[in-house]
Design a protein around this ligand. Structure first.
Ligand SMILES: NC(=O)c1ccc[n+]([C@@H]2O[C@H](COP(=O)([O-])OP(=O)(O)OC[C@H]3O[C@@H](n4cnc5c(N)ncnc54)[C@H](OP(=O)(O)O)[C@@H]3O)[C@@H](O)[C@H]2O)c1
Length: 317
């Protein structure tokens, strides 16, 4: 069995890196350049943010390729790669899991993945066993499951357990606006069983940063604009309060969203697009929200009455 999973306080997400880079094009519609992303990598690595989350599904391999180019020059031991097997786009060969991993390794110019995920549950009994030989060979060092319910997490863990391995991490949507993992006990389960909970979309793809408003919406034509622009007016009271709390701590509204996720005991995966955002992660990492601030934020978040469940997510019961 390989060494215990050891990760930084905050992981970095690269879904937006799968976009083509043209403004308005793709899921995020941000203008990202390879030079800018190299700056992101250098600043992140220099500050200890060395775990990079990607997936084949992010631009159908583009995010993995762009990430590998941005990381070139760093020793493989200086960073950790987290990528995923997505059952919904599995091939029809004898071992679709090993095949998809092989292609990820090629794109990322490496021979192992530190943290490998089943991206979305499809048929847990079918897709979990193929991970075992990959763990045994050391091609994947640790396994996590994403978007799985409590029952699906338990089943995957049982299957791996029979071979002496375990589900070491869970990756689900968790933000001030979206907290089913708290209600369903997944967060408690992870805490009680030493399973690392990675919270994704902590910033609700930018909608929870205070940067965007009806007067300055998310990039026109992007998928995130379609998901969030309509609810921006309802987020205003919350993001104003986040900005005010941030102000009191010398931080921004976005930093407060991240600090909240850290206060909940999670490892946030923050979608990183600009080198300057690394400063925010450093602030969030060192920031302690009071119990009153957390309660206040959660009350205002509940009052927005929005549902930000992604189209790929099942309803957690
Ligand atoms: N397993 C899954 O099914 C799943 C699903 C979703 C996400 N994820 C993972 O989780 C990661 C995070 O989710 P996400 O990227 O969708 O959304 P996110 O982290 O909620 O939001 C990312 C966006 O917030 C803005 N931002 C980031 N840092 C900021 C800062 N300090 N201040 C102001 N704005 C900031 C950027 O937008 P601008 O460029 O517009 O400023 C960025 O694109 C993904 O990249 C991916 O790795 C996994």
């Amino acid at each position: 069995m390989s060494k215990a999973l050891n990760v930084p306080a905050v992981a970095l997400g690269t879904w937006a890196w799968g976009d083509s880079g043209e403004t308005g094009d793709g899921y995020f519609g941000s203008r990202l350049t390879e030079t800018g992303l190299r700056e992101v990598v250098e600043k992140a690595q220099a500050n200890g943010f060395t775990l990079w989350d990607t997936a084949v599904a992010y631009g159908m391999g583009r995010s993995e390729s762009v990430l590998a180019r941005a990381l070139s020059g760093f020793d493989r031991g200086e960073y950790q790669l987290s990528t995923k097997f997505t059952p919904q786009i599995a091939g029809d060969g004898d071992d679709p899991v090993a095949d998809m991993l092989e292609q990820s390794l090629d794109r990322m110019r490496t021979d192992y993945v530190d943290l490998f995920w089943i991206h979305n549950p499809a048929d847990v009994a079918r897709w979990t066993p193929p991970l075992i030989p990959l763990l045994k060979s050391g091609t994947i060092k640790h396994v996590g499951v994403s978007n799985h319910s409590m029952e699906e997490i338990a089943l995957a863990d049982r299957i791996l357990g029979e071979a002496g391995f375990r589900v070491e991490a869970v990756q689900n949507h968790f933000s001030l606006l979206y907290r089913p993992c708290e209600r369903t006990g997944i967060l408690d389960h992870c805490r009680d069983h030493d399973v690392r909970f990675f919270a994704y979309m902590v910033l609700e793809q930018g909608a929870l940063t205070g940067t965007y408003s009806p007067a300055h919406p998310l990039p026109e034509g992007s998928s995130r604009a379609a998901a969030y622009n309509g609810i921006l007016p309802r987020l205003r009271t919350l993001t104003d309060r986040m900005a005010a709390i941030g102000n009191a701590h010398g931080a921004s509204a976005a930093d407060i969203a991240t600090a909240w996720a850290l206060a909940k005991g999670t490892t946030p995966i923050i979608g990183i697009t600009k080198a300057s955002y690394i400063d925010g992660l450093l602030r969030a990492r060192d920031l302690d929200l009071t119990a009153e601030e957390i309660a206040d934020l959660e009350t205002l978040a509940d009052a927005t009455d929005v549902d930000t469940r992604g189209w790929w997510e099942q309803e957690m019961r």
